[in-house]
Design a protein. Structure first.
Length: 69
């Protein structure tokens, strides 16, 4: 079985794109909060969830980068 070098980078690219999407979602949430579209309590709860996702994603990216150094 032959594995191309590009195959190994697909997962890394996926993780980076997921991180970019998460950052966009955080910016949109902040924008909605600044405009008064959502309440403070809901904003803080959602922000906490995004922080946990961001932390897990950073760990996955770090693990992936250590694996292919």
């Amino acid at each position: 079985m032959i594995i191309k070098k590009n195959y190994l980078n697909k997962e890394g690219n996926y993780l980076v794109k997921e991180k970019e999407g998460l950052i966009k979602a955080i910016k949109n949430l902040d924008k909605r909060y600044q405009e008064g579209g959502i309440e403070r309590e809901k904003f803080l709860k959602q922000n906490e969830k995004f922080a946990l996702k961001h932390e897990k994603l950073n760990k996955k990216i770090e693990k992936y980068n250590r694996k292919f150094r």
